[in-house]
Design a protein around this ligand. Structure first.
Ligand code: FES
Length: 141
């Protein structure tokens, strides 16, 4: 059976669903992908070579699937490297709109508190706590 005839047998609703599977934003949130990090609790010595990569405002590093950032105001923040949209590990910090989290896979943008800034996903990005004790930065849930 040809595609056209096949669709005709299904009726208009099914044909629409088959033809426009992305009508609700092409968003299949939380299906497959990498697990969003849980149980996060680690430290970074800011005097180490690792910590040296967080010297300047806007710097970030990736550690244990977490994006650890020194934001544009000089505060340490941290978010899941695994995107809340389709769980790729492409979340980064970018110097845009005062500093946001951005996933290059489909272009999701998140504020520093994890709120989605566009319609690609409604799921907030997971944010972690940070605590600075001397030169030791702790990142935890
Ligand atoms: S996985 Fe789709 S925007 Fe990140």
């Amino acid at each position: 059976m040809e595609r056209k005839a096949f669709l005709r047998t299904l009726g208009a609703g099914a044909a629409f669903a088959l033809t426009f599977p992305c009508v609700q934003g092409c968003s299949k949130d939380n299906e497959g992908g990498l697990p969003i990090p849980t149980g996060v609790d680690f430290t970074i010595d800011l005097t180490s070579s690792e910590g040296a990569q967080l010297q300047n405002n806007g710097d970030f590093i990736l550690k244990n699937e977490v994006v650890v950032v020194k934001n544009l105001q000089g505060n340490f923040i941290a978010a899941s490297q695994i995107c809340s949209h389709q769980q790729t590990d492409q979340v980064r910090f970018i110097d845009d709109d005062g500093g946001i989290f951005y996933c290059s896979t489909h272009g999701s943008r998140f504020s520093q508190n994890g709120t989605p800034l566009n319609t690609i996903t409604n799921n907030p990005l997971k944010i972690f706590n940070t605590e600075l004790n001397g030169d030791i930065l702790r990142v935890f849930e």
